[in-house]
Structure formats: structure tokens, C-alpha cells
Write a protein that binds this ligand. Structure first.
Ligand code: TNX
Length: 543
């Protein structure tokens, strides 16, 4: 009998070994439930190292959060954790000043230097959880990992105990720039949508939100010295809807909200092409020459200076010959830089098909001077590689490896957004209900299986700042549309940006991804149910 008992216990341990990365101890005081055992198997992006210890920490009404008192920012993070735990568990977990059994401790003391600026160590023991980092950002990322490993159950019944599997996770990112771009110009999205978007992407340790604030179809940010930009240019969008724009106050609100999730907003004003909304707003001041006449029988083309609600590109440009042009550029960059605490300013620079090449180069050089004079670092789409660059500039590769290499040769940093892998507006396949497919159809495996460090021969790892997944919104009208294209592919890009290539593996990723269906359902995320993934909407693991 005793022997039988031992054997059974041994089997339990063996099963546990199979289900976790490593087992330090099998003598769990409270048996770990099947749901909790799954926990370490669903963290995205995959942490640098994770060792499960086989016990359980319980989050209950008496759990407390304790943060170093010396850091105000860390106290904000502690409040964020409390709110997050309330929304997951319904429990009100209070902040306390002294750590005891049952505390979740957030600390900036004692982290190893190897954790860097954004890394963290998450130690979950049966009596206490500790998140240790060198900066509040690292603690915040530790919290995101913790959120993902709190066991969820299928039944919706209220519970007074929430299990967390014990173990140690040590983690830090591969790249400093892990971005997501939202095009609010083709279709406008109100502040509330952007905040929800920020919340959703922060779960995956994304740290940059690039906002594409102007394009041919609409101008989305208030510029006080050029009011028609929003009064006229802000009132349109693709398909003829009413458009919209952010006041400077609303933009600041978005920036602050992003900051509270350790996300830096990078504003983009697309120049000198993609400027039709500005040309329509200030025809006398900005519109170059007379609009081209359309010959009888010719397919109607968009005309610069006329409102544009289609999706064609490459027909509008600023002109160096117009006296007001550089004043306009100066004013816009100055006003927007002044309300942007982050270090970057994106000047666009893509698809300026009707800007003469010498003018284009002149523009890029002047944009750089103005951006720098306003205390910011210039970033632009890959075509800006034709300008005079230096090592401060970031060139965003999207299509042409030649431009990307040209940027690298000029010592610029390269941000990877290859359209065939990272463009979230590409359809998954030919049946996708929205999206474009000019670059590729991108299923989940394709969005995951690539490595920025080897994608473009000649661009070395140390020149790459990171990755960014753009969502262009020609076909994207609602928040549901956003979610359908972004989830799950943004997670691929998040993992490409965070996890070292040697730790990434499609077969392992697929299983972790399957376990995100449940939290998405809980958060009401309208994700794409790719057939490549065996979605685990209900956890079915035999105890
Ligand atoms: C190319 S990528 C563009 C955008 C479009 C996008 C659609 C880039 C820098 N320019 O203007 O919205 O394709 O996928």
C-alpha cells in the first residue's frame, strides 16, 4: 500500500516534469491544479529562462502589494498591479508598507546588472512573490508575465483563491524597440479606442506606439498655428466618413496613458508626400502649381489639393518653391515636439513619387535639422536613406532592402518592419474579411518565423534597433477590425522583438499562443481564429 502510494506520487512528479520546463521540487504543500501547471507554458513573449518549482502561491483577499517607498513611479506601478488583479480576480488587493507572508513585493533593489534597463526577475514562492528589476519598466514587464500565469478556470463562478504556479523567471529583451504602429489617418480612431489598444499591446511588452497622424485622406492632430489642418483636413477619411482629430490636450492624454504602461508615443507627420490633407487645408500657402487636368477618357486619378477619400498613393507633395512650406514644416514639428516627451519624431518620407529627387533629399536634410533643433531624433521610412544621415537617425525598413542597406551604410539605426512579415494590414489568406495583400498573405507561422538579424544580408545585428508592426487602416474601420488583424499576429512580432532567436521555436510558440484565446475572450478581443492553432478556449488537461 505504502509502495503504491509512493509510486503514485512518483508518477505525479514525472507528469509534472513533462508539463513544465524544469522541476526544482515536487513536494508541493498544496497540489498544483492542472490550470496552474499550464501557466508557465503560455507566456508570450517567451522569457529568457523559466523554472517552475511545483508549488502554489494563492492570491486572496489578504494578499498585499508592497513597493519600495523611494520611487513614486514604482508606487504607480503598484497601483496598476492592484487594478489589474482586481480586474482578473475581482479581489481588492491593497498596497501595504511592510512585506509579510502573502505579499507581492515590487523592488528596484538587488537586481543583477545583466537585467539591464527593461529586464526583471519574477520569483514566485508559495509564501511571497517578488519582482526585482533595475527600473520601474522592468517591474511592469514582470507584472505582465505574472498576469499571464495566473491560472484561469473555465467556470465563471466567483472565487476567493487564485492560484499562481511557483518558480523563477529571469527575463530581458533582445531589442530595445518593440513597436506597434496605428494609422489613425486613413480611418480615425477616438481616444478611447487608442487607450484600449495601448492596454492590449502592453500585455505583450510592446514599448513603442507609433501614431501615423497625417496622410492624404486626413490630418489628425491639432496644430494651433495652422487651424485649417484639423478644421478642413481633419474632416475626411477613406470611404467618405467624417474623420476626426485629436486636440493637443487629447494627444497629451494618450501620451500620458501610454507612459503609464511604459509605452513611448512616436508621432508621425508624413512629409513631403502623403500630404494631401494639408494641401486641401491650405491651398494658397502649400499647393504646388495648378492641379493636373484629367483628360477625357482617362481613369480619374486623385488630384492634389482636392479632398481624397480613395486609397491611391504618391500624388501629393510639398514644394520647396512655395514660400510658406518650410514655415509650415517648422510650425508643425515645433508644436508636436513640444507635447511629445519621447525622444523620437517620425517625418514619414515614404512614397513621395511626385517629389523631384534633389528636392526630396533637400527636404529630408531640412527635416533632420528641424527635428534635431526641437530636441528630437529623426526617424523616417526607408526612403529617407537617400538624405544625409548620421548615427542618430532611425531608418524604418518596410520594402526595399537596398534603402535599408543604404541607411546602414550611412551609419543610421535600422528599425525592421518588413511588409511581408510585420504588416498587420496584410490579409491572412485570400478569404480574410478585410486587409490588403500587395506584399503577401501573412498567416501566423509566417509572421513568427523570421529573424531581423539575418533577413537582410549586410545589416548587422548591432545596427538594428528592433521591430515594429504597422497597422495601416485603409480597410480597417472599427475596433473589432483592428483586433481581428492585430491578434494574434502582433504577438509574433512582440516575441521576435523580445526573445532571443535561439529560444524561439514555432512548435513551442503555437502551443503557448493557443492558451491566449481564453484571456482574449475574457477581454472581449475579436481575434482571428487561425486554423494553424489548436485554440485552447477551455483548458482540458487531465489531472
Ligand atoms: C504602403 S508602408 C504605405 C502606406 C500604405 C500601406 C498599405 C509605407 C511606408 N507606405 O501608405 O498604407 O502600404 O499596406
Amino acid at each position: 500500500m505504502y509502495f503504491l502510494h509512493l509510486t503514485r506520487a512518483w508518477f505525479k512528479c514525472a507528469a509534472f516534469i513533462v508539463m513544465t520546463f524544469a522541476v526544482v521540487s515536487c513536494n508541493n504543500s498544496k497540489p498544483t491544479s492542472p490550470e496552474a501547471k499550464l501557466a508557465f507554458d503560455r507566456v508570450i513573449p517567451k522569457p529568457s529562462s523559466a523554472n517552475a518549482a511545483g508549488k502554489t502561491f494563492l492570491i486572496t483577499e489578504t494578499t498585499s502589494i508592497v513597493a519600495d517607498s523611494s520611487s513614486a513611479e514604482l508606487r504607480d506601478v503598484a497601483n496598476y498591479l492592484s487594478e489589474t488583479l482586481r480586474s482578473i480576480t475581482g479581489l481588492s488587493v491593497k498596497l501595504a508598507s511592510a512585506a509579510e507572508n502573502g505579499s507581492i513585493v515590487l523592488t528596484l533593489q538587488g537586481g543583477s546588472a545583466s537585467l539591464g534597463d527593461e529586464g526583471y526577475e519574477l520569483r514566485i514562492e508559495d509564501k511571497q512573490i517578488r519582482i526585482i528589476a533595475n527600473n520601474p519598466a522592468g517591474v511592469f514587464y514582470g507584472i505582465q508575465t505574472l498576469r499571464q500565469i495566473i491560472a484561469d478556470k473555465d467556470d465563471k463562478a466567483p472565487r476567493d483563491e487564485w492560484e499562481v504556479a511557483t518558480g523563477t523567471i529571469t527575463d530581458s529583451p533582445e531589442y530595445a524597440w518593440r513597436g506597434s504602429m496605428l494609422d489613425v489617418a486613413r480611418h480615425f480612431f477616438p481616444v478611447e479606442d487608442v487607450k484600449r489598444y495601448i492596454d492590449l499591446i502592453s500585455y505583450y511588452k510592446i514599448n513603442i506606439l507609433h501614431l501615423h497622424l497625417s496622410d492624404d485622406q486626413g490630418w489628425r492632430i491639432e496644430i494651433k498655428s495652422w487651424p485649417n489642418l484639423t478644421a478642413i483636413g481633419g474632416q475626411s477619411q477613406v470611404g467618405g466618413g467624417k474623420g476626426g482629430f485629436y486636440t493637443q490636450e487629447q494627444y497629451k492624454e494618450i501620451v500620458a496613458y501610454a507612459q503609464s504602461r511604459f509605452i513611448t508615443v512616436v508621432p508621425e507627420i508624413d512629409l513631403p508626400g502623403h500630404t494631401n490633407a494639408a494641401l486641401v487645408s491650405y491651398r494658397d500657402e502649400l499647393l504646388p502649381g495648378t492641379p493636373i487636368k484629367i483628360e477625357a477618357g482617362e481613369r480619374p486619378r486623385p488630384v492634389a489639393g482636392q479632398p481624397h477619400i480613395g486609397t491611391e498613393v504618391g500624388f501629393s507633395t510639398l514644394s520647396l518653391k512655395k514660400e510658406s512650406t518650410m514655415k509650415f514644416v517648422n510650425d508643425v514639428i515645433r508644436e508636436l515636439a513640444a507635447i511629445t516627451p519621447g525622444p523620437y519624431f517620425h517625418v514619414g518620407g515614404d512614397e513621395a513619387a511626385v517629389t523631384k529627387k534633389p528636392d526630396y533629399i533637400e527636404f529630408v536634410n531640412r527635416f533632420k535639422e528641424i527635428v534635431n533643433a526641437n530636441g528630437k531624433i529623426m526617424i523616417g521610412w526607408e526612403e529617407v536613406a537617400q538624405g544625409d544621415l548620421d548615427s542618430t537617425v532611425v531608418v524604418q525598413y518596410w520594402h526595399s532592402s537596398n534603402y535599408a542597406k543604404m541607411g546602414a551604410e550611412k551609419d543610421a539605426k535600422i528599425l525592421f518592419s518588413p511588409a511581408t512579415k510585420a504588416y498587420l494590414d496584410m490579409q491572412y489568406d485570400s478569404t480574410s474579411r478585410i486587409g490588403l495583400h500587395w506584399a503577401a498573405y501573412i498567416e501566423i507561422d509566417s509572421s513568427y518565423q523570421w529573424d531581423p538579424a539575418t533577413l537582410v544580408p549586410g545589416i548587422e545585428r548591432q545596427q538594428i534597433v528592433g521591430v515594429e508592426a504597422p497597422l495601416w487602416t485603409e480597410t480597417v474601420v472599427t475596433m473589432d477590425d483592428i483586433e481581428y488583424l492585430v491578434f494574434p499576429r502582433l504577438l509574433s512580432i512582440a516575441e521576435v522583438g523580445w526573445t532571443s532567436p535561439s529560444s524561439r521555436n514555432w512548435d513551442d510558440y503555437k502551443v503557448r499562443l493557443a492558451n491566449h484565446a481564453k484571456p482574449w475572450k475574457a477581454m472581449g478581443v475579436d481575434f482571428y481564429r487561425s486554423k494553424q492553432i489548436d485554440w485552447a478556449d477551455s483548458v482540458q488537461v487531465k489531472p
